[in-house]
Design a protein around this ligand. Structure first.
Ligand SMILES: Cc1cc2nc3c(=O)[nH]c(=O)nc-3n(C[C@H](O)[C@H](O)[C@H](O)COP(=O)(O)O)c2cc1C
Ligand SMILES: CC(C)CC(=O)C(=O)O
Length: 365
């Protein structure tokens, strides 16, 4: 392990914030794998927009509120978490570190945050669950509904407390870094562990290819609603009409997300869509946001615009690449400390105490 958490003296300066983990991770990763994690669709306009949207907004703190140190705990879909920050589902953690999702899950368990395990993880959902995190399962509904049902059952049996259905991927986004690097497959020995199917009649086991299907519709959500009693979270909503439809179709929560700018390029920043979705949903279901969250102040801004919690994608991967479990823990600790500091400086007693007037229409650009 490197400098994180060991107290060892090294020449490299330990990252003091989430952004500083990225160059440290880049230095350790195969360049093609770094590009897979960092990259987005085409010109990566949306990747840049996500972080820029946070930078543009100004906070207007309240003073002399005498609140004492803030409490960070929140309850999302009946699950208590130590702060309003979840780990967004990201595929292929063993590309970042040999311990892969084991390390991420142990860090999430230690930090008391909810981990949304990706369907395309490189260890199984059962193995992730055995590490003890509060766990949700991200699902790409497969056109083979029998296989999808078997995944849902496995997630339920493993103790996942919600299903997160990714809606923004009727096809794969066009990642040109991958084209340039010729990176289209996992290295030998690494595979999507949940996708393994027992070989029939003595044949070898097979790893199923994921199908991202343009045939998926709200009818599939209705089907899923009938198939499971777990809460269903719809991830990848940007349009208020879709948010309304999601509520009509019985969804329990929505993630306002553009998939970290990896699907359709030139869509707006998630943060810029959040108020419209919040208006459409009018508190009927909890709202989460991901895309570009890098600072405690970013979390406060998302809460002020109507989110109940946020999720981080790439920062956890950078922590994982730098120092495995200890790196993810460090990322979460840094963000937790920043959030506590930002809430205190805003005069807010808790995440629920953050109100829209803390932003007050001021734009830094
Ligand atoms: C390397 C990588 C892999 C991802 N894999 C998935 C996935 O399998 N399923 C999914 O719904 N979202 C996936 N996402 C999107 C994240 O869940 C999340 O929406 C996004 O990373 C948030 O933006 P951020 O990275 O700026 O925090 C992935 C993102 C990255 C960076
Ligand atoms: C292999 C992909 C479908 C995983 C993903 O969602 C992503 O890389 O953004």
């Amino acid at each position: 392990m490197d400098h994180v958490g060991t107290g060892a003296v090294t020449r490299e300066t330990p990252p003091v914030n989430l952004r500083e983990f990225e160059p440290a991770a880049r230095a350790r990763l195969d360049p093609a794998h770094y590009d897979y994690f960092a990259g987005g669709a085409q010109d990566e306009i949306t990747v840049a927009a996500n972080e820029a949207a946070f930078r543009r907004r100004a906070l207007v703190p309240r003073v002399l509120r005498g609140q004492g140190p803030p409490r960070l705990e929140v309850t999302v879909l009946g699950e208590t978490a130590s702060m309003p920050v979840l780990l967004a589902p990201t595929a292929f953690h063993r590309l970042a570190h040999p311990d892969g999702e084991f390390a991420t899950a142990r860090a999430a368990a230690e930090a008391g945050v909810i981990m949304i395990a990706a369907m395309l993880s490189t260890v199984t959902i059962e193995e992730i669950a055995a590490c003890g995190p509060k766990l949700w399962f991200q699902l790409y509904i497969q056109p083979d509904l029998g296989f999808t049902t078997s995944l849902v059952r496995r997630a339920e049996d493993a103790g996942c407390r919600a299903l997160v259905v990714t809606a923004d991927s009727p096809a794969l986004g066009r990642n040109e870094r991958g084209d340039r690097n010729g990176f289209h497959d996992l290295p030998p020995g690494m595979y999507c562990a949940n996708m393994v199917q027992k070989g029939r009649q003595g044949r070898d086991d097979e790893v199923r290819q994921v199908a991202l299907s343009p045939d998926l519709s709200f009818r599939h959500l209705d089907w899923l609603r009938e198939t499971t009693s777990l809460p269903i979270v719809l991830k990848g909503v940007l349009h208020p009409a879709d948010a309304r439809l999601a509520v009509e179709h019985g969804v329990d929560a929505i993630v306002v997300s553009n998939h970290g700018g990896r699907q359709l390029d030139t869509v707006p920043a998630s943060l810029d869509r959040l108020p419209l979705v919040a208006d459409a949903v009018r508190g009927q279901v909890p709202l989460l946001l991901d895309g570009g969250v890098r600072r405690g102040t970013d979390v406060v801004k998302a809460l002020a615009l109507g989110a109940d919690a946020v999720a981080i994608g790439r920062p956890a991967l950078w922590g994982l690449a730098v120092a495995g479990r200890a790196g993810v823990e460090r990322v979460l600790t840094l963000l937790r400390n920043e959030l506590a500091n930002a809430l205190t400086l805003c005069g807010a007693a808790s995440p629920g105490d953050v109100t829209g007037d803390l932003l007050d229409g001021i734009d830094l650009k």
